[in-house]
Write a protein that binds this ligand. Structure first.
Ligand code: R5P
Length: 307
């Protein structure tokens, strides 16, 4: 029923209180549209401004990677501890329960396998499928200095254009070829190019010297890539250093799912990322958790744990 004029006095319009103007919590994201900000808020925890993203997209160029042979058994039990997943649409559709409510960062480039030149990637998904899958961002590899540098940057800009039409952010992933030096100077160049050309988020490697200059010179959030498996304390230390030096979280794969205790490890990473817990304390947490609660109960099967 529409209001009648006589009842208007009963309403309270709070004319003396101005609506709050709240800045969006991620750097460089204030001018983005609501849908894009909302998608980013499902990848990054609005309370800490950071993310623990679990990378499991390795199969898109290297097949069944160690630890990812049975994603249903080894990764699905970890989903409650990840803010977001980075993965392919094949694994998303075939293996990830649709009741997963965290962020989905879809691998959107691909082509060559480890048997060929890796920089020769193309866009590997249509924007319509990204909308259909309700993804929160599209990830594209950018090979600055690589053989197919321009092609990979063109992949990024085309995804950014498509994403801007539908409110889906693009994550630029800086891939360092075997012949390039992985130092702050190179990463500043690669990250800045991704951001300048429209990526709303950038993923890059940690370097022990000058990482803070990489994050400072990138106008959008930088997420630290994990890299090869290392001892748990070292991985926690690297994550701690990265967030202390301006990273908006981590995107880790092998250092989680190849850990002896993946559920303990991803939660320890979460303590570092969201609570700025010192790495040695997070490592104590890891050790305690892994001994008190048996880690990922593969034997019990995926249905033994809920999302
Ligand atoms: C690299 O950028 C690919 O997306 C990888 O498949 C993945 O992100 C690597 O994760 P990690 O190095 O932590 O195992």
């Amino acid at each position: 029923m529409p209001d009648t004029e006589g009842k208007l006095e009963a309403k309270n319009f709070y004319p003396e209180i101005s609506p709050k103007r709240e800045a969006f919590f991620l750097k460089g994201s204030a001018a983005l549209d609501w849908g894009m900000q909302n998608r980013l808020a499902r990848i990054f925890n609005p309370a800490s401004g950071r993310t623990v993203m679990l990378a499991l997209d390795h199969g898109y160029f290297q097949g069944p990677t160690t630890g990812l042979e049975r994603i249903d058994l080894t990764i699905v039990p970890l989903l409650p501890y990840a803010n977001a997943l980075m993965l392919t649409r094949g694994i998303l559709r075939s293996t990830i329960p649709p009741a997963f409510t965290g962020g989905v960062v879809l691998r959107a480039s691909g082509g060559p396998s480890i048997l060929k030149e890796l920089s020769n990637e193309q866009i590997a998904v249509d924007i319509e499928d990204c909308v259909r899958l309700n993804v929160n961002a599209m990830a594209v590899q950018v090979f600055v200095g690589g053989e197919f540098e321009t092609q990979s940057i063109h992949n990024l800009t085309r995804l950014v254009d498509a994403g801007n039409r539908y409110g889906i952010p693009t994550l630029g992933v800086t891939a360092v070829g075997k012949t390039l030096t992985r130092d702050a100077r190179y990463l500043r160049l690669a990250c800045r190019i991704c951001a300048e050309l429209g990526a709303q988020v950038v993923k890059t490697y940690y370097v022990s010297e000058g990482f803070e200059t990489v994050t400072a010179s990138c106008p959008v959030p930088v997420v630290m890539a994990g890299g090869k498996k290392m001892p748990e304390l070292d991985a926690l230390q690297m994550a701690y250093n990265a967030v202390s030096q301006g990273a908006a979280g981590v995107d880790m794969g092998r250092n989680v799912f190849q850990s002896e205790a993946p559920a303990a490890m991803i939660q320890a990473v979460g303590k570092v990322v969201h609570e700025s817990m010192k790495p040695e304390h997070a490592y104590d947490f890891y050790q305690t958790f892994r001994h008190e609660k048996k880690d990922v109960e593969v034997a019990a099967g995926p249905s033994s744990r809920s999302l």
